[in-house]
Design a protein around this ligand. Sequence first.
Ligand SMILES: [Zn+2]
Ligand SMILES: [Zn+2]
Length: 94
Amino acid sequence: MSVSARHLDRVASLGCVLCRHLGQGATPAQVHHLREGQGMGQRADDFLTIPLCPEHHTGQSGIHGMGRKAFERAYLPEMDLLAMTIELLEKDRS
Ligand SMILES: [Zn+2]
Ligand SMILES: [Zn+2]
């Protein structure tokens, strides 16, 4: 398995980072790419990913459902979710 594939696996297995933040536990997650559609190289992109459950990803209250700006107003900046994800991965390793 490639380094980025293994990373995506670990990110997904953390469970939704927003559900966790909202105290809803670790719900099964999909991987969301932070700069989706901005033409970054896919490989670099794979390390800018956060785990989101289907609802918070593509659902009505999700980042694709409501759009990133509205999502960030409703919850918190995408970058904060990335920081939380990185922190969880660090804890996971130790
Ligand atoms: Zn969620
Ligand atoms: Zn996405």
